[in-house]
Design a protein. Structure first.
Length: 242
């Protein structure tokens, strides 16, 4: 699925950081930036490269298949910078330079069923939760443990094209109009009633227990029929690592 982003803002922030880094390290004019194939990090990196080229700096953008691959390469010293979710970045020798943008959890289910809780959302279902090593997959597994489920209780899909998912569990920005149209047969799942915020909703419990997570409310009808009511969900930050 594609997401809408204010790419110029993010690219500008990255450009300022790398320009500052180059000023501190007079010899270095080439930087390697690693991203996974997930949107929008790869698109942001592609937009940033020509901006730095005009300043006499070369940015080599490399993709890895999964966020785990990005972190493994960074840990081995194969790149200068990386863009990953904050919850994935807890490794020695890696430092968070700056937050870039929030990633919102979109938990969607087919209209063929109406889950009342997380267990009913995924139990016995075909679920797409992003690529291996993604923040969504990790959170899905963690929540499964919290709610007494194992990976045997649902089918985790490698992609959403070969087999049609019954549920999506993915982090990203606001859905682009074409993605909303493509998901017309789905509905967003809410981790509690937004009107009960502060009273111990499931979303608040998740944010309290899991590092780097916070409660996020999607306004009613922001995606038309996908969410006629406000949706209580979770967000994390995507950060620039060095």
């Amino acid at each position: 699925m594609k997401f809408c982003w204010r790419r110029a803002v993010f690219s500008g922030a990255l450009a300022l950081f790398v320009l500052g880094l180059a000023g501190c390290e007079q010899q270095q004019t080439r930087f390697n930036l690693l991203v996974s194939t997930e949107e929008p990090a790869n698109t942001i990196a592609e937009a940033l490269a020509p901006m730095l080229d005009e300043a006499g700096l070369a940015l080599l953008v490399e993709e890895r298949k999964t966020p785990s691959d990005v972190l493994a390469a960074m840990a081995e010293g194969l790149a200068d910078l990386a863009i990953v979710e904050e919850s994935a970045s807890t490794r020695s020798r890696l430092r968070t330079v700056m937050p870039l943008y929030p990633s919102v959890l979109h938990a969607l289910h087919s209209q063929s069923y109406a889950p009342r809780n997380f267990g009913e959302l995924v139990r016995g279902r075909k679920v797409y939760a992003g690529p291996a090593g993604s923040a969504a997959r990790r959170l899905l597994a963690d929540l499964g443990s919290d709610f007494g489920l194992s990976t045997r209780d649902y089918t985790l899909l490698d992609d959403p094209w070969s087999v049609e998912p019954e549920a999506y569990f993915i982090f990203g920005g606001l859905l682009a109009p074409e993605s909303v149209a493509a998901l017309a047969s789905y509905r967003l799942f809410s981790f509690g009633d937004p009107q009960q915020l502060g009273a111990g909703t499931v979303a608040e419990g998740i944010a309290l227990k899991h590092r780097g997570k916070r409660v996020f409310v999607l306004p009613a009808s922001i995606y038309g029929e996908l969410n006629p009511e406000p949706i209580l969900t979770i967000a994390t930050r995507t950060v620039l690592l060095a």
